[in-house]
Design a protein around this ligand. Structure first.
Ligand code: ZN
Length: 78
């Protein structure tokens, strides 16, 4: 999955298991932080994120991933 940074237009990549995603993204080049929303591999929204919020979101995402691994098939993908 390729993501174009809203701030500097540099293309970065994100490894996703699903085509829908909402979560933190960090540009490798300008190091801006965003909350991005992807729907069917398309970027539908992005909001600037503070370092603090980024950490928090990463923790939440890690917990969700852990949960999904423990209980496969339970995640609500719509
Ligand atoms: Zn950037």
């Amino acid at each position: 999955m390729k993501i174009k940074c809203p701030a500097c237009q540099t293309e970065g990549s994100l490894s996703l298991v699903e085509s829908n995603y909402k979560g933190p993204y960090k540009c490798w080049k300008c190091r801006e932080l965003f909350t991005i929303t992807l729907e069917k591999d398309k970027l539908t929204s992005c909001e600037p994120l503070s370092e603090e919020e980024f950490q928090k979101q990463q923790e939440i995402k890690a917990l969700q991933d852990k949960f999904n691994r423990q209980f496969p098939g339970r995640q609500d993908t719509g």
